[in-house]
Design a protein around this ligand. Structure first.
Ligand SMILES: Cc1cc2nc3c(=O)[nH]c(=O)nc-3n(C[C@H](O)[C@H](O)[C@H](O)COP(=O)(O)OP(=O)(O)OC[C@H]3O[C@@H](n4cnc5c(N)ncnc54)[C@H](O)[C@@H]3O)c2cc1C
Length: 417
């Protein structure tokens, strides 16, 4: 038994982050219960683009010039950014902080922190995937990002240079080479970047489910309940209150994606995190073969070959997480994908929306609750939660065991807002 010594931990949330946190704690010898209100993996972790590290993610979202570009990004229908205006007043502090994070010094600092955690993604996942026998769900075929013009590639120069600086392998290719790598691409592609080390999953839901099955086989418990709040004794949280009763804990981890913000508030901590909703269209018979995950840089659309069809993902819609979906966005990304993949067949497409738990500095929230040392926070992974889940689990288990963390978690501390 590891340093967990059979101590009981409650993990709130059974998305990919909560699942990996639970597995890492279990591997360290803790007795772990996941409390998940729905089925594991069916919220944001259900419908993502499957990117599992080694790609283009070092640059944060708030880059120099983003504030000046905001009106164009918001009002040009070809751009991926949308705000559900009726939900926007509550988001003003988030946007103010986001604007501040676009100052060059902060971008450099945020990129360094992102690089530190992104660099650990694949090593952290490997033991979890191997132990769960989930190797068939992971592909190591690299990824391709394509651009419509040399100017577009030039405009992405700073973001690319951040990746290069932190050792992300990438190779520039011309349009013909891009079409050789992905023969479904049409003439619109002028050039591209190949990420040879990029990995991905062919089914994010099944990945979470497979990890959950392994967790249960190893003695873990998953309870289908909703956490409503906490019970306190002498000012410290001692129990979670769920729709089914109360449950005592020595240690609890909040890993409830975008909904973690409300749970953190019940413990007296304000975090700046909003739902940046993304959409997907799942095409069961796309009529083309896409051998490698392909991003359309000019549209912020990602096309991923999944085991059950072709998935097109995109859009950044700031809204209440429970707002009704606006599937016009999913239709838009199908249209945009077709501009690059002329023979794409979208018949029978199913559509989905999911809330990325986004912080304004594009850094996750990982660390002890500022007010209560027996609660750890593990959320806010934005557009990278699939890839960051395992390393987050590793860091949480190091904290829970009282070990030094393998990465400096200072930039991710929960009291930074
Ligand atoms: C279109 C799109 C594409 C993406 N592509 C990628 C990609 O390629 N690579 C990548 O790394 N990331 C990607 N992401 C981001 C990634 O999907 C998310 O960051 C990740 O799924 C977040 O996981 P999570 O476990 O924190 O949250 P979730 O998956 O949302 O899980 C949170 C869980 O907590 C539960 N919960 C909430 N409140 C309570 C409560 N009170 N009690 C009990 N349970 C509760 C919910 O039911 C839910 O199951 C993408 C996202 C989108 C939308």
């Amino acid at each position: 038994m590891g340093s967990g010594n059979g101590r009981r931990v409650i993990v709130i949330g059974g998305g990919i982050v909560g699942t990996c946190v639970a597995l890492c704690l279990q591997r360290e010898g803790f007795d772990v219960v996941i409390i998940e209100r729905d089925a594991p993996g069916e919220a944001c972790s259900f419908g993502n683009a499957g990117g599992l590290g080694g790609g283009s993610s070092v640059a944060p979202l708030a880059l120099p010039g983003i504030v000046r570009a905001a009106p164009r990004l918001l009002f040009d229908a070809d751009e991926p950014l949308f705000i559900r205006w009726r939900d926007s007043p509550a988001m003003i502090p988030w946007f103010i902080r986001f604007a501040r994070e676009s100052a060059l010094a902060r971008v450099e600092r945020n990129a360094a922190a992102r690089a530190s955690i992104l660099g650990a993604v694949q090593d952290a996942y490997a033991p979890l995937i191997e132990a769960a026998g989930a190797q068939d769900l992971v592909v190591h075929g690299g990824a391709l990002t394509v651009f419509e013009s040399r100017d577009a590639l030039k405009n992405a120069g700073y973001a690319l240079e951040l990746g290069r600086r932190y050792g992300v392998a990438m190779e520039e290719v011309d349009g013909d080479k891009a079409r050789e790598i992905n023969p479904a691409l049409g003439s619109r592609v002028a050039c591209g970047i190949v990420y040879p080390d990029s990995a991905g999953t062919i089914n994010p839901l099944r990945l979470t489910q497979t990890l959950i099955e392994h967790f249960k086989q190893e003695g873990g418990t998953v309870r289908k309940e909703t956490v409503l709040g906490f019970e306190f004794a002498n000012g410290s949280p001692t129990h979670v209150i769920t729709n089914a009763g109360t449950e005592s804990f020595e240690l609890a981890v909040i890993a409830a994606g975008v909904w973690s913000k409300d749970l953190a508030a019940k413990l007296g901590t304000r975090v700046l995190m909003e739902a940046q909703r993304g959409y997907h269209a799942m095409l069961p018979e796309p009529g083309i073969s896409v051998p490698v995950r392909t991003s359309l840089a000019d549209r912020n659309v990602i096309i991923t070959p999944m085991e059950h069809g072709l998935r097109i993902t995109g859009i950044a819609e700031f809204s209440h997480p429970e707002a009704p979906p606006n599937y016009v966005h999913a239709e838009r990304i199908i249209r945009q994908a077709r501009q690059f993949l002329p023979d794409l067949n979208a018949d029978g497409a199913s559509m989905w929306v999911g809330p990325r738990p986004q912080t304004p500095d594009t850094l996750p929230v990982i660390g002890p609750s500022p007010h209560h040392r027996n609660v750890l926070f593990a959320f806010g992974h934005g557009q990278n939660g699939l890839q960051l889940a395992a390393i987050t689990g590793k860091l949480v288990s190091e904290l829970a065991s009282g070990h030094a963390t393998s990465i400096d978690i200072g930039p991710f501390r929960p009291d930074r807002f």
